[in-house]
Design a protein around this ligand. Structure first.
Ligand code: PMP
Length: 286
């Protein structure tokens, strides 16, 4: 658990931190967030996360509350104060607090900023990666702007809950035409019989994952073929390998979809290689 939380300019003990009851993040999910991996006390891909954060804010017309440089400082300071070596740092910015009304409040309201950092059990995560995870397909019932990283996560909560009830660790969301969009909190990938990686192109239907983007760099560096195109559930069932990418799990093998084993039912060889080499392609900062 995080011990020290950054809220609007102050670092406070977890139990004393709070935000206004009329925060628009709470009432309307009028709020965006980022999650960065922390590896050996270093922030992974700070630049790309802050670029995406600025874009998310811009799409919602929430002003940047401070410079990227200052936000980066908050991220790194929160990691330090919580003495996180292996874990995550979470940054959320809402439009701010105002009497409840749908349109944007008039006048100057200060965005609400919250940052927390927490440790992750590295051994547990490694064990999960060694075994691979199961995913469950679920209809994608989210809105038309999944490219914005908002806290409007109820469809993801429901999908993950249904997956967990089936013993799966992630849900793969399926659009009205039978194509997989992405995971509830990750991007979805498969490997075809020729060894080519396939993942859905960016656009309004998916979040442009930072891990996905950095993995492209690794693939280009290692000359591993990949293509960005939509793929169907049936194609995923017969894939040679499958995996998900996210800041919290980096490259995580998928060994079953809806109870059907993928490949030989164990993490694929290429997936394991990408997982072990992933950090070669990222930016570290402290
Ligand atoms: N898609 C969704 C819906 C997500 O919530 C996430 C994780 N936040 C991702 C993809 C992966 O993005 P990233 O690699 O930047 O963590």
């Amino acid at each position: 658990m995080t011990r020290v939380v950054y809220v609007n300019g102050q670092y406070l003990p977890y139990g004393q931190a709070g935000v206004h009851v009329e925060d628009r993040g709470f009432q309307f999910a009028d709020s965006i967030y980022e999650v960065c991996e922390v590896d050996q006390g270093r922030l992974v891909d700070e630049t790309r996360h802050l670029e995406r954060l600025e874009r998310s804010l811009g799409e919602l017309r929430i002003p940047m509350p401070m410079s990227r440089r200052a936000l980066g400082h908050v991220l790194r300071e929160t990691v330090k104060r919580n003495r996180v070596q292996t874990g995550l740092v979470y940054l959320q910015i809402s439009r701010g607090a105002a009497p409840r009304d749908f349109p944007f409040p008039t006048g100057d309201i200060a965005p609400t900023i919250v940052c927390l950092a927490r440790r992750v059990d590295g051994a547990k995560r490694a064990a999960r990666a060694a075994a691979g995870i199961a995913v469950k397909t679920m209809p994608d019932i989210r809105w038309g702007r999944c490219d914005i990283k908002t806290v409007m996560l109820l469809p993801a909560v429901l999908a993950k809950e249904a997956a967990a009830a089936d013993g799966a660790q992630e849900a793969w969301l399926v659009d009205s035409e039978g194509f997989i969009t992405e995971g509830a909190s990750s991007n979805a990938w498969i490997v075809d019989a020729s060894g080519t990686l396939i993942t859905r192109p960016t656009g309004n239907a998916i979040l442009p994952g930072v891990t996905r983007r950095s993995l492209f760099d690794l693939l280009m560096g290692e000359k591993i073929p990949f293509t960005e195109r939509p793929f169907r559930v049936e194609e995923a069932f017969s894939a040679r390998e499958a995996f998900i990418t996210s800041a919290s799990g980096t490259v995580m093998p998928v060994v079953a979809i809806d109870g059907r084993p993928i490949g030989n039912g164990h993490p694929g060889e290429l997936t394991r290689r990408l997982r072990s080499n992933f950090h070669q392609a990222v930016e570290f900062s402290r």
